[in-house]
Write a protein that binds this ligand. Sequence first.
Ligand code: SAM
Length: 227
Amino acid sequence: MNAADDKTIVKEYFNSTGFDRWRRIYGDGEVNKVQLDIRNGHQQTVDKVLGWLKADNNLASLSICDAGCGVGSLSIPLAEAGAKVYASDISEKMVEEAKERSMSILGTENPTFAVQDLETLSGSYHTVVCLDVLIHYPQQKADEMISHLCSLAQSRVILSFAPKTFALSLLKKIGSFFPGASKATRAYLHREADVVKILASNGFTVQRQSMTRTRFYFSRLLEATRQ
Ligand SMILES: C[S@@+](CC[C@H](N)C(=O)[O-])C[C@H]1O[C@@H](n2cnc3c(N)ncnc32)[C@H](O)[C@@H]1O
């Protein structure tokens, strides 16, 4: 499968069965045990990013691009904390849901939401965040995406990916990684060294890192700043 196919499949998935599944996981209603585990893991990742950004204090009016924003799990609390958030996602359905959630929680035009492939984003933002998106793409496409995100960032890039460790490769092989309906999309694991290398080739150095690991959710989080 080539990367263009990956993108089409991912987009269709997050506009159909994937939308139903992830809207529930990223919500607060009743879900099954696996989905609850993934919800809790993902929330830990979101909380870590919020914690990092808030620890650096002045979130007020900081411009943040949330690429592949999903239903706004990060964008909405970031806007609530005062950041100026530009959120976008390739899936119309995810963006529609994000807008509704944002309107009912914040009732403001911040964040702004757009349906857009992250590779077509333009502009310049203090910080660019991309959480749990790269997992849908093979390394070469992920490299291109990371490079593009770096080109949008004045100062900092924060991204997460599923690390290619022996344990995870094994789990993926035996099929227990991302179980159930989400198997409709492939889950790609990425070597941390490859991600660090592509960040470095774009002038970014890793400053903070974290690993969130629950039973069914694995996400390596890196913050890199422009040197
Ligand atoms: C697992 S969800 C994560 C959503 C959000 N970042 C979060 O952490 O809550 C992955 C999201 O990436 C989006 N996505 C996948 N490929 C994309 C692309 N090329 N450009 C923009 N969004 C993309 C999907 O539509 C989906 O909403």
